[in-house]
Design a protein around this ligand. Structure first.
Ligand code: 5AD
Ligand code: SF4
Length: 459
């Protein structure tokens, strides 16, 4: 009893969620989370395989852990177990053990509910490393403990996993497997538990979350729009978000939820990847740039406040200057409040990696720079447009300065302002007074009036 667990998480929010579930599953075996790797009895690296750089980070991290493991053993501190979880484990299981034979456990994203058993096996000794990267028939969510450590004001909830879209650049369909949705009742029960432990905002997660089609109370498949309406009925849940989506899976019910459900925040991360129709086709995205434009128009018609985020890939094999220029045009047409952009990174086993016409590194670098410059300018403009506005801010905790609170606007911008601690978990109206590089500063509106400033849950 009383062992210390250190989990380092790479990659997406899905991994952040999975890491928390792994910690929950190891709690009954006596492992408690620690923030310091130095005194850990067990270290889990929850890894990301989406781009080459992300995968390589794991091996350099393992090199450092090996030294710590040796030091601990020599100092008489016992064996520090090392586990590699997540998508690198899934994709490179055996290779990890040959490159880093001191690793004790390798487990994929579908088997983390079996972690306690695996820890028991290696702790008993004699078995050597254990590896489990199956796609088991049973649902891991049915085998996880119901008790979960509270996630705080803003929580993640995984509702869908895997992807059937097979974009030609992407490893997700291979590492996370076929698309699977959790039943509505399981999602609602978990959401209620989160709210009961103090969460006020839930971000629904999935690799392709708007492909959600979980079994509903009537035995039929429910889409994400319908699920969101049911979640919005939970008392105390002020805000709902979802990520990441595919444009082809934005159905009418989901678009209407943006119109009708005040708890659904006016912010949408909807990756487009490219503005060129030829590249979009080569990526197997199954939509054109104009179809994306019209979709955004429909969304903005029903929810004029909607702020948009996206993912972009530059230097996809064969991308010409003109095709890249089409991406810049699309960005100019839409106007994003924030976005992520990446250089194309060939992933072994994906169709695009086999295309001979790879774009040289310098060209990718230059394109990324000009795209990011444009996106940064749009983000700055969006932030500056908030100056003087009063925004509802969900207070997530204390800021760095004494007396300061930190929360987020509906558009996901961090907002700092002065106010009393007991307001954590409430939505406050904050008048935006200053724009910083990555956050906003403001003052509490109507502080003397007491609660009116706390009442509003949405824009
Ligand atoms: N190279 C570069 N970026 C990629 N992404 C996914 N696969 C690759 C790749 N092979 C990006 C996409 C996706 C985001 C999560 O990561 O933009 O939306
Ligand atoms: Fe990957 Fe997203 Fe395409 Fe699925 S929809 S293959 S997760 S990029």
């Amino acid at each position: 009893m009383g062992k210390k667990l250190f989990i380092k998480t790479f990659g997406c929010q899905m991994n952040v969620y999975d890491s928390a579930r792994m910690a929950d599953s190891l709690a009954p075996s006596g492992y408690l989370p620690t923030d310091s790797v130095d005194d850990a009895d067990m270290v889990v690296l929850n890894t990301c395989h989406i781009r080459e750089k992300a995968a390589e980070k794991v091996y350099s991290e393992l090199g450092r852990l090996r030294l710590l493991q040796e030091e601990k053993l020599q100092a008489g501190g016992g064996k520090m177990l090392i586990a590699v979880a997540g998508c690198v484990a899934q994709a490179e299981g055996d290779e990890i053990l040959s490159r880093a034979p001191y690793v004790d456990i390798v487990l994929g994203p579908q088997t983390y509910h079996r972690l306690p058993e695996m820890v028991e096996d290696v702790s008993a000794g004699g078995s050597g490393p254990v590896i489990d990267i199956e796609f088991p028939a049973e649902d891991k969510f049915d085998h996880l403990p119901e008790e979960a450590a509270p996630q705080g004001v803003s929580a993640f909830l995984s509702i869908q996993e895997g992807c059937d879209r097979f974009c030609t650049f992407c490893v997700v369909p291979y590492t996370r497997g076929a698309e699977q949705s959790r039943p509505v009742s399981a999602v609602v029960a978990e959401a209620r538990r989160l709210v009961a432990t103090g969460s006020r905002e839930i971000t629904l997660l999935g690799q392709n979350v708007n492909a959600y089609h979980g079994t509903g109370s009537d035995g039929k498949d429910w889409g994400l729009g319908r699920l969101i309406r049911v979640l919005a009925e939970i008392d105390g849940l002020h805000r709902i978000r979802y990520t990441t989506s595919h444009p082809r899976d934005m159905d009418d019910a989901l678009i209407e939820a943006h119109r009708d459900v005040p708890q659904l925040m006016p912010f949408l991360h909807l990756p487009v990847q490219s503005g060129s129709d030829r590249i979009l086709a080569a990526m197997n995205r199954r939509h054109t740039a104009d179809e994306y434009r019209s979709l955004i128009e429909r969304l903005r018609t029903v929810q004029p406040e909607l702020a948009l985020s996206s993912d972009f890939i530059v230097g996809f094999p064969g991308e010409t200057d003109a095709e890249f220029a089409a991406t810049l045009r699309l960005v100019n047409d839409i106007g994003f409040s924030q976005a992520f952009s990446f250089k194309y990174s060939p992933r072994p086993g994906t169709p695009a990696a086999a295309i001979s016409d790879q774009v040289p590194e310098e060209i990718k670098r230059d394109r990324l720079e000009s795209l990011q410059q444009l996106l940064r300018a749009q983000q700055d403009a969006f932030n500056h447009a908030q100056l003087g506005r009063t925004l509802p801010v969900l207070i997530e905790g204390s800021g760095r300065q004494p007396g300061q609170l930190l929360g987020r606007s509906p558009y996901l911008q961090p907002v700092h302002f002065d106010g009393p601690d007991h307001r954590v978990g409430y939505v406050a109206d904050v008048c935006i007074a200053e724009i910083m590089t990555n956050s906003l500063r403001g003052t509490l509106a109507l502080p003397e009036a007491g609660d009116p400033a706390l009442r509003r849950a949405s824009v």
